[in-house]
Design a protein around this ligand. Structure first.
Ligand SMILES: Cc1ncc(COP(=O)(O)O)c(C=O)c1O
Length: 387
């Protein structure tokens, strides 16, 4: 079959390919430890699971649902935004529940982009931004994030570029993969930039509750709704990645526009899942603190592993990963990642998959128990001694 032109330049997602390779290695008896992917291994809160169980046992909850989610869920998102971010949202008009934020990235691109429209994409950044832009017919214009600039947007540099065809800009703090913490001034600058150039700022905020004491939303900036929308997700914050539950928040007009596309793509979300998600959104700080305590301990182990590899890293990082610079002597993170995978049977993500600016880095996920880190350290130590 001849494929559609829109797939030109779009390969299989890196992790999908790599996981196949790891699976083959495991079938050959390698027992690879995967410190690559950011899928929380801890369970959701027991009350969340109980809500799903109780609700799905009812006879009348199995039909199609509305396209905008049920009131209970939208109200829960509104209260959550108010409580944690100090952002006031109208639950009827300014909230659109999604099946994870990843689908929102595609919906937003499909809603706004025409052939040739340009989109600013962070480098390094989440690879889905660029594939969604390309699939929607847009053109990616990358903006480099550098360590020297604290992985923040270099607006001075952006202002020197021709922005006349730029329609959207993707930004994400806490930043993935660099772990850079969010910053109110950076959000204010993004909003001002969006307004000045008439660019829709799409802020992706799935990591704000992981190892971050001060969750902030771009919508907390005065007047942000005029130029910005935000995606959020329960995948990381509530250990619900497989449940596929996220949200888009923003001005009524933006929600209606994206819904026009989205309502042609799916037929609503399973009601018990929406009710369980509402339960998750009502959880108190103590649960989040327990989860974060587990990640904080694992982070110490990740540091030990990175020290062994002579990598360097900032300790002030939020999110589910540690982003680290590879030692001199390695041409790229790909080389180091493959060396460790094939020799120590430990998979660490090469930073280059997030854009060429990530080439000299690797990313260690905190989604494995401490014992796996201990075993990884043992295996790497053994390989390095034998080398
Ligand atoms: C920056 C970023 N945005 C969005 C997502 C997608 O999350 P979700 O599970 O909500 O689709 C991820 C997942 O890894 C991510 O790292």
């Amino acid at each position: 079959m001849k494929l559609s032109d829109r797939l030109n330049g779009i390969g299989e997602y890196y992790f999908s390919q790599k996981l196949k390779e790891i699976q083959e290695m495991n079938q050959a008896g390698d027992n690879v430890i995967n410190l690559g992917i950011g899928s929380p291994d801890l369970p959701p809160h027991p009350d969340v699971i109980k809500t799903l169980q109780d609700e799905s046992a009812k006879p009348n909850v199995h039909g199609y649902q509305g396209y905008k989610g049920v009131d209970i869920l939208r109200n829960a998102f509104a209260s959550w935004y108010n409580k944690w971010y100090g952002v006031s949202l109208n639950p009827v008009t300014e909230i659109l529940p999604l099946m994870g934020s990843k689908e929102g990235i595609m919906h937003i691109c499909m809603t706004y982009l025409n052939q040739g429209d340009e989109v600013l994409i962070p480098n390094p950044g989440y690879p889905t931004y660029s594939s969604a832009v390309q699939l929607a017919g847009g053109t990616c214009i990358t903006y480099d994030l550098t360590e020297e600039n604290n992985w923040f947007v270099d607006f001075e540099n952006l202002e020197t570029r021709d922005l006349s065809r730029v329609k959207l800009m993707w930004a994400n703090y806490p930043q993935m993969p660099t772990g850079q913490l969010p910053d109110t001034q950076q959000f204010e600058a993004l909003v001002a930039f969006g307004k000045k150039h008439d660019i829709l700022i799409c802020h992706d905020n799935p990591y704000s509750f992981i190892l971050n004491k001060n969750p902030i939303s771009i919508l907390a900036v005065e007047g942000a709704k005029e130029t910005a929308i935000e995606l959020n997700s329960l995948s990381k914050s509530h250990n619900m990645a497989g449940w596929r539950m996220g949200v888009m928040v923003g001005a009524k007009e933006r929600i209606e526009e994206v819904l026009r596309f989205k309502s042609n793509m799916d037929s609503g979300m399973f009601l018990p899942l929406q009710l369980a998600a509402a339960k998750a959104l009502s959880l108190e700080q103590d649960w989040l603190e327990q989860v974060n305590a587990v990640y904080a301990n694992r982070k110490q182990k990740a540091y030990a592993l990175l020290d062994l590899l002579n990598c360097t890293y900032a300790k002030e990082q939020a999110g589910l990963f540690v982003w680290a610079k590879i030692p001199a002597g390695y041409q790229s993170g790909f080389k180091l990642s493959d060396e460790i995978l094939y020799n120590a049977k430990v998979f660490i993500t090469p930073g280059g998959i997030f854009g060429q600016a990530g080439d000299g880095f690797i990313r260690v996920s905190l989604c494995s128990p401490e014992e796996k880190f201990d075993l990884s350290i043992e295996r790497i130590q053994k390989f390095l001694t034998a080398k």
